[in-house]
Design a binder for this molecule. Structure first.
Ligand code: ZN
Length: 455
């Protein structure tokens, strides 16, 4: 079906959704505290006539906005959380916080959630105009940056009845993002016995010694893992600042990643053995690990990848004005490709085999239903995610053009699926094949509730 009219309906609302995106950018809220951002988006969807369900899976800052009836049921994912310490003035081409140490939208989720909403609203209008049946659900998923709203939703079976899940993420190049690493994050607290480090060190048990020996063990483990594995740690509590004290307590956060959840589960067991070994060597003890994050790897769906890629080719390349190009060019030197030929990448990458880089809770959703995700340009070439450069560009006309284009890619992909039951069948077959008999399972303890962990 010709999508010209769908795109018109989306573009007719550009200014309204830009205002929502700006509001979210101006109210950067993190990890299950997205109160104002969520309220603003929820009110909009209510006014649009969507049926609202909130809270979702125990999360007050989550909601589902549904339109239509019957199958297929297409889910469009949204996020709206910010990052701590990433406050930055809009358009400033140097690091300049609005609030020193404050939150900022350094991952572009103000655009992510709003663009997904714009897609759902445009699609709704088009379905009503053309009498197209099926169900669309905009699912606002909180706390992608560390809290993992989608993990709690997956655990509560929120995605299970969906025929397809569509997602996008702001980026500095246009491509399909069909891979992400599984990742588990957990704290271990070590306990020793304080003593004077010179007068009576023999009376002490070094909790810091245990933590450091465990990190040495982690180093040796690095030499015996597959190339996809990443093993990282951070001291949350090094035990104190005085070197003349035997530290009685330390706490370390471990973050283990691999291309598959099964590898992460194996690494998890090995690192716990290492930590126990370190305790044995030092006489320290350790608490049961507090596991607060487990993002699963993304299950690829080649059928949906191809449908979304075709939709990207229908929407791109976007045209940018000379002023927008000059604007973006200022940020290029700070990015990962400072010698980029064009200040804004307008090409579409057709490679469907790009290796996984980071992790996302979209992976958890992909274990529950056929899932596809696009990374779409909203910023200067090479802009680094989770940096002041992305926060700075979040209200620019480049970002907004990218957001409207993302709405068209999502709505167009959903429309293709609504109109072609064969695509839904093929996507389901891909899902069954690539799940390889696995079912959703997580290292998160059943007792963990959203918001139990705060950084
Ligand atoms: Zn993000």
């Amino acid at each position: 079906m010709d999508k010209k009219r769908l795109y018109e309906l989306i573009d007719a609302r550009n200014r309204e959704f830009e205002a929502i995106s700006d509001f979210v950018w101006e109210h950067p809220e993190t990890c299950f505290m997205e109160k104002e951002s969520t309220q603003c988006q929820l009110e909009q969807m209510k006014q649009e006539g969507f049926k609202i369900t909130t809270p979702v899976a125990g999360m007050d800052t989550a909601f589902i906005a549904e339109f239509g009836s019957g199958r297929p049921i297409i889910g469009i994912l949204g996020e709206n959380d910010a990052l701590p310490g990433q406050s930055q003035e809009a358009d400033a081409v140097c690091q300049k916080a609005i609030t020193p140490g404050g939150n900022g939208h350094a991952c572009g989720h103000n655009l992510l959630g709003t663009g997904a909403m714009q897609a759902a609203c445009g699609l709704k209008a088009f379905m009503q105009e053309k009498g197209i049946s099926g169900t669309i659900r905009y699912i606002l998923t909180p706390a992608e940056e560390g809290g993992g709203g989608k993990c709690f939703m997956a655990r509560a079976h929120v995605f299970d009845d969906l025929d397809a899940i569509l997602a996008w993420h702001p980026n500095s190049s246009n491509c399909i993002g069909n891979r992400s690493k599984a990742c588990v994050t957990f704290n271990i607290s070590y306990h020793g016995k304080a003593a004077h480090a010179s007068a009576a060190p023999w009376d002490g048990i070094g909790a810091l010694d245990a933590a450091e020996l465990a990190n040495t063990g982690l180093q040796y483990l690095r030499a015996h893992v597959t190339p996809d594995v990443r093993l990282n740690s951070a001291y949350v509590d090094a035990g104190g600042q005085a070197p003349n004290v035997i530290q009685s307590h330390t706490k370390v956060t471990y973050c283990l990643r691999a291309d598959r959840q099964s590898t992460v589960e194996e690494l998890y067991r090995k690192v716990l053995d290492i930590a126990r070994g370190a305790c044995l060597m030092t006489g320290a003890t350790m608490d049961k690990p507090f596991t607060f994050n487990n993002y699963l790897d993304q299950v690829d769906n080649p059928t949906l990848d191809r449908v979304m890629l075709a939709n990207m080719h229908e929407v791109y390349p976007l045209s940018f004005t000379d002023e927008e190009k000059r604007y973006a060019a200022q940020f290029v030197p700070y990015g990962s490709t400072p010698d980029a030929k064009e200040p804004i990448d307008t090409s579409v990458c057709d490679d469907l085999d790009i290796p996984a880089a980071g992790s996302s809770d979209v992976g958890d959703a992909s274990y529950c239903a056929p899932t596809v995700q696009a990374f779409l340009v909203t910023e200067a070439a090479g802009t680094v995610a989770h940096s002041w450069c992305r926060t700075a560009q979040g209200k620019s006309s480049v970002a907004k053009k990218g957001m409207h284009a993302a709405a068209k890619v999502l709505a167009g992909t959903a429309l293709d699926l609504l109109l072609d039951p064969q695509l839904i069948k093929k996507a389901r077959a891909d899902y069954e094949k690539n799940m390889e008999g696995r079912t959703y399972s997580t290292l998160l303890p059943d007792s963990l509730k959203p918001g139990d962990h705060k950084y």
